[in-house]
Structure formats: C-alpha cells, structure tokens
Design a protein around this ligand. Structure first.
Ligand SMILES: [Zn+2]
Length: 355
C-alpha cells in the first residue's frame, strides 16, 4: 500500500492551554494548494469535545475530560482527511518472485482518478493500460539476463483526471534464476565461426537491419491475453543455457528451441504486426512480430515464410514452416522474446496470465 507523494506537507496545531481541558484548538493540513482546517472546542458543561472540519462542518465528538482527547481528535481527523485528497495505491508484480531473464506484469490498483500511468524500471520506460473488468492498471516489463540479484525501484508517474501529475515508487526484489550450463561440444559448419570477407559483409548488412528494426517501439499495445506456444513439440534447449561452439564459449542461449522436423507449422505467439519476414545470415528465414510497447517475438531457421512485412497476424496464426536455415545444427524452431532490446525467457512469458 502506498500513499501518493501528494501527502500532507504539514500539520500545524494551535491549542489554547488551560488547566486540564483546552478551550479550543485548530489544525491546518496542507495538500498541495488545498488546505483543510480542523477545529476542536469543548461543549459547555457536557464533558465532550466537538471537532469540526471547515468548511464541511461537525464530524466527531470526543470526551473532553482529558487534554489528550484533543490530540486524539486532531490526529484522527487528520487521518480521516487524507483519503479525501490522497488516494491509496496497491502495486503488485506477477509473478511475485522476480528473476533475471523473466518478464513481469506490474498490476496497479488505485482509488485515485487517473488518466495515464507510466513506469520506469531498470532503465526502461513502459506504458500502463487500464483493464476495466478488474479496474486495474497493468504494464508488461522484464528483467534482463544480466541483471544482478538485488532490490530495484519501480517508479510510477502519471496524470490525475483533475489535478497535478504525481509519482510514487516501490521496491521489488530480483533473485538469480537457475539456468543450465551445457558443456557439450556442438559442431557447426566452419562458415559460421570463421566467416569469409564476403560473408562478413552480409553479416554486417544483417546487423544494420536488426539494429534498425529490432529497436523500434510501437507505443500501442497489440498483444492481447496470454502468449501461446508457437509449436506443440518437445523443448530441446531452454533460455539462458550456456553453449559452446567448436570449443569457443558463446553468449547464453537467448531463446527457446523446439525439436520439430522441417515443415512443421509455426504459429504467432500473440496478436501483432509482422516487422520482419526475410532471410538473414545467422537466423536463416526469420519472422519477427511486433506486439506493441516494445515487445517482439522472433521465429528463426524457418524453411518457409508465410507472412509479409507489415501484415497483421492473430494469435495462433500460421506464419511459416520450421526448418534448419541459417546457423542451425539441424531442423528446429528457435523462438525468442525481445522487450526493449533485452531478450526474455519465452517459457516464462507463456506462463504469465495476462489481461
Ligand atoms: Zn535456439
């Protein structure tokens, strides 16, 4: 539970001292430009204390046989006054246990009437959408593989329907995910580990295409609901495993491999727009789907591409056939999930229950 940064700046109390019972007291509470004035006065001969919120009028009566009752009254009223102007917030991460390489859905519930919400998390900025059925703001983000275990701050900022912009923060813990280290020697054709000058030229050109296309962020959300498996087959290699090619250690495996023979239909994991559909040197026939808000899914080594760049696709739609093109030891499907330049675990994304 959080209070907005617009909590009262000051509580000022002026009481008229007297023997036993004070005669009157007031407190002024400042909320930004608004001021709530509270007054407390003893009811004559009745042993009670009347407390007023100006201009709202009388709110509570307190026994006045002790001076501390006045303090109690003022503190109580101060607490009562807060919900009128400062909303409560509940910020939750799904899954609750965050690990490096994992996607995360942040869910925000608030009593405040807000019209927009943005998150800042691990150096990334991402938008929130409003889910009417659960009255919850939600934003999909991720934790890069390189993120070390520790506490990290989610900073939320937004605009109220009436009033000033606001920000508030909450810390979340990230622990180390367990990813396998595979010491097996995988054999790949020499052209992929020591390319010729011509091949290097092609690799450079491909690199420029990837830098250009894969860094694009479409502001609107296209994904809708859960991400589904692109193929129904055995997993042959998981995300985060360390591979060794021809004795040389490579970067961790930033995708999920399905053991499928050439020609197996490959499905779009969610709704989106085809960003890339072309052959590249390492990736082979590649399809990249933009799901909006910086979230992409990539499908590699295809034997056939069945969609065109710019085309809209629905979840589960066939986008191509599996194969072994590009840098592949044999036919398989490599799928990857990219969020704002960082690769996330596709298996963890598919486990997330999404609005
Ligand atoms: Zn792979």
């Amino acid at each position: 539970m959080l209070q907005s940064s617009k909590s009262p700046r000051s509580l000022r109390k002026n009481s008229v001292p007297g023997p036993g019972v004070p005669s009157a007291a007031e407190a002024a509470i400042h909320f930004g430009r608004r001021t709530v004035r509270l007054e407390a006065a003893p009811l004559q001969n009745m042993g009670y204390l009347r407390v007023f919120q100006r201009p709202a009028g009388k709110i509570l009566c307190f026994p006045s046989w002790h001076a501390s009752a006045l303090v109690v009254a003022i503190v109580t009223l101060w607490c009562l006054a807060i919900p009128a102007v400062a909303a409560t917030w509940s910020v939750r991460a799904v899954p609750a246990g965050l690990v490096n390489g994992g996607p995360v859905l942040f869910r925000v519930k608030t009593t405040a009437r807000i019209e927009s919400l943005t998150g800042k998390w691990l150096g990334h900025e991402f938008p929130f959408s409003f889910d009417r059925s659960s009255k919850t703001w939600f934003g999909l983000a991720g934790v890069s593989f390189e993120t070390l275990p520790g506490q990290y701050v989610l900073e939320l900022s937004g605009q109220r329907k009436a009033g000033d912009p606001f920000t508030f923060t909450q810390k979340f813990s990230v622990r180390a995910g367990s990813y396998p280290k595979i010491r097996a020697q995988l054999t790949v054709e020499g052209k992929f580990t020591e390319p010729t000058p011509d091949q290097l030229k092609q690799i450079d050109a491909d690199q420029k295409v990837k830098e250009d296309y894969l860094s694009r962020v479409t502001p609107d959300r296209e994904w809708d609901g859960n991400f589904v498996a692109p193929a129904h087959a055995e997993i042959s290699d998981v995300y985060g495993s360390q591979r060794i090619f021809n004795g040389k250690a490579q970067r961790p495996h930033f995708g999920l491999d399905y053991r499928v023979p050439t020609g197996t239909p490959v499905a779009a994991m969610n709704k989106g727009t085809v960003l890339l559909a072309r052959p590249l040197y390492f990736e082979g026939n590649l399809v990249v789907i933009d799901h909006g808000q910086g979230l992409l899914t990539l499908y590699l080594h295809l034997s056939e591409i069945k969609v065109k760049e710019g085309e809209s696709v629905s979840r589960g739609q066939e986008i191509g056939l599996s194969g072994g093109t590009g840098r592949a030891t044999g036919p398989h499907l490599h799928v990857a999930v990219r969020w704002q330049g960082t690769y996330l675990d596709p298996a963890r994304l598919m486990q997330l229950q999404l609005p």
